[in-house]
Ligand binder design. Sequence first.
Ligand code: SAH
Ligand code: SF4
Length: 412
Amino acid sequence: MQIPGHIDPVTTGTVPLRGGNRIDLVGLTRDGVRAALEEAGLDAKAAKLRAKQIWHWIYHRGVTDFDAMTDIAKAMRPWLTERFIVGRPTVVTAQVSNDGTRKWLLAAADGQEYEMVFIPDADRGTLCVSSQVGCTLNCRFCHTGTMRLVRNLSAGEIVGQVLLARDALGEWPKGTMASSADIEDEDDDAGHYTADGRMLTNIVMMGMGEPLYNFDEVKGALKIVMDGDGLALSKRRITLSTSGVVPMMARAGEEIGVNLAVSLHAVNKEVRDEIVPLNRKYGIEQLLEACAAYPGANNARRITFEYVMLKDKNDSDADARELVRLIKQYRLPAKVNLIPFNPWPGAPYECSSPERVRAFSNLIFEAGISAPIRTPRGRDIMAACGQLKSAATKPTRAELDRIAEEKQAALG
Ligand code: SAH
Ligand code: SF4
């Protein structure tokens, strides 16, 4: 699909199938699974029945081996195994932060690498999912934006992150927890790893990439995540974050329907043009109008404005007051998330002082708008917001500038 103002990700050739000639069923729609079975030779009725069974095993039970699908005739299982796989991304590295945050570096079948982060909290567990390898945009404060090589992740690669997280956390219904042994010091009956009291309760599309530049695959993946006979996560527990791809926002609301977060980060053109270069294409007014029109946003389901705190750049009292004024002018059901800037090697900004962040937050709260300060999570393993980057290279300042220029030129 052509998106206005879209910069096509760098293509990386055809992605080889993980299972050789076999088709990976992960990421196909329900109807896609049925069609694949029919194409492989099942008659329409059998394909429909088997698709329903297989769907349940893949997304409700977390099974990757057809032999474990016990309600499928024994004779049919080798037939399935010869033709299909239920894939997972390859784990390259898995790290645990001293605050309990976990980060995985994953590899796709073509070797492209991307990251996923799990953030446990007292009342929830949030999986931060990537939508692209790298990002075609180049927000100046974001590590991912300094990556050159980019491709979109497929729906299977996106939903595969959720499946893998469930594997690693050992939270498939009992009896199928093949990888629960990975979790140290947990005996099999540990209460919080059951299907009912799950650790993974929320998903945020806030990993690598701009999800609205990969609309179709992100939509396909989230539809699977929300499917009632599978992972069954409520749309109220899923948040999609965009840097402001205005032409796609209404469709995101209508066709996906999850919570919206918008990376605002600045309240005037000059600063936002500099730190979120997409602003030169879709300015603040346009963006806030699109927020006001976002389907499903109301006082019970507010739009989150993300605001990274950059020292002497966007953190003055006047900025806070202007933010309040804009939210009120556009009558937005909004809350503000203040994110202390997370540093990375070569970053051109510093984080505002804690006192400055507190003062900024207070000004917004005083105007009746919620503006909590986010506690950075997983900084020690470079897992915090904006620190993700899969290539281990450390480009020079000149190289970073060149990448920024290239991306800006592509944006037009
Ligand atoms: N591309 C999407 C989603 C991924 S980024 C977007 O930009 O919205 C998730 C959030 O982290 C965004 O709000 C992003 O602006 C913010 N972020 C990026 N780099 C950061 C950094 N170094 N410190 C703090 N937040 C950062
Ligand atoms: Fe891309 Fe989001 Fe990073 Fe901007 S903040 S470069 S849109 S991942």
